[in-house]
Design a protein around this ligand. Sequence first.
Ligand code: FE
Length: 289
Amino acid sequence: MPAFGKHGIVGGYVPVRSDWTIEQDWAAYTPAEHATWKTLFDRQIALMPGRACQAYLDGLRTLPIGADTIPDFARLSDALMRRTGWQIVAVPGMVPNEVFFDHLANRRFPAGQFIRQPHELDYLQEPDVFHDVFGHVPMLTNPVMADFMQAYGEGGKRAEKLGVLDRLARLYWYTVEFGLVEEAGQIRIFGAGILSSFSETTFALDSASPNRLGFDLRRVMRTLYRIDEFQESYFVLPSIDSLLDFARTDFAPVYDGLAAQPDIAASQVLGTDRVFTRGTGAYHQALNA
Ligand code: FE
C-alpha cells in the first residue's frame, strides 16, 4: 500500500547541493525504466475518467506527460512556467522539511528522479517520478493549487518555528496528498497520493470501508493519519477554489485555538462532521484481526 507523500530526511544521504537537487539526466533512463513508467501510466490513466477532478484531467492533457517515456523535467518546467510560474527540479527522494518548504515557497516542485522497480508497482517507501509527476504535477497547472503550494512552503517554515508543523502537515496530507473534492454533484479525486495509486484510486471513491467527510480546516488539523496504509477517512473540499482561502490565511490564530484540543483518530466520525459516507471500517478492521 502506498506510503507516498511524507517528506522527511533520507537516512545517511549526503546531498551534493545544499538544495538537494540533482540532474534528472533524462538520457540515462533505461528502456526498462521507461517501460515501468508506461505500465504505471497505462493502468492509471484508464481509471481517471469519472474519478479524477477536472483540473487534474485538464493539467494532464495539456502537459508533456505521456505513456511512452518518463517525462523530461526541462520540458515540463517550460510548460508549467508559462501556465503558473512553477518549475520541476529533480531530487534523489525525500528531502528534509526545510529544503522541501524552501523549494515550494519559490515555486519549485521537487520531484523524485528515480522510478520504482517492477516488483514495487503498488508499494514504495519514497516518492518516485511516477508519484511526483503523474500524481502532483498536473494540479500545478491550476492557479489556485499553484498558489496554495507556494503558501504551504512559506507556512511550513513558520509552523516549524512555532513547533506546530504536525498541524500544518495534516492539512497537506488531507488535501494535496489525499484530498477529494465535490464536482457537479459527484465526489472526485485531486490528491496525488490517491491519483498515483492504482488500488487507492478505487478504494478512496468506491469502497464502503472509509469515511468521506466534509472538509473543515480545524478538524483536519487535529486528525491523525496513516502513512503505511489506505486512509481511514478522506475529506471532501467544496471546490478546488476553496484552497485559495487557506493560501491567504494566517494560521497563527488557528494554531493557538487548537493548542488545547486533543487529536482525533483517523477512523473517528464526529457529531459535527458533514458525512458523505460513514465507512464500515471493514478494511482496516481486517488488517488488525
Ligand atoms: Fe506526494
